[in-house]
Design a protein. Structure first.
Length: 60
């Protein structure tokens, strides 16, 4: 289960982009894009494989 301050935006799977919904399941090899609060970044990344890359975006 993802933290409250985390929104899964998209899943890239086998060349396709999937917009997730409540029943979407992640699979090995998926690349995910999410928006999350910096305070939950480390915990959220620990839920997934070690290939996590964080890109910080500043809010206005």
């Amino acid at each position: 289960r993802l933290p409250q301050k985390c929104v899964l935006v998209s899943i890239q799977r086998q060349g396709n982009v999937i917009v997730p919904h409540g029943d979407t399941q992640l699979r090995a090899g998926d690349t995910i894009t999410m928006f999350l609060d910096k305070s939950v970044a480390d915990h959220t990344c620990s839920l997934f494989a070690t290939n996590a890359t964080l890109t910080e975006v500043q809010s206005s």
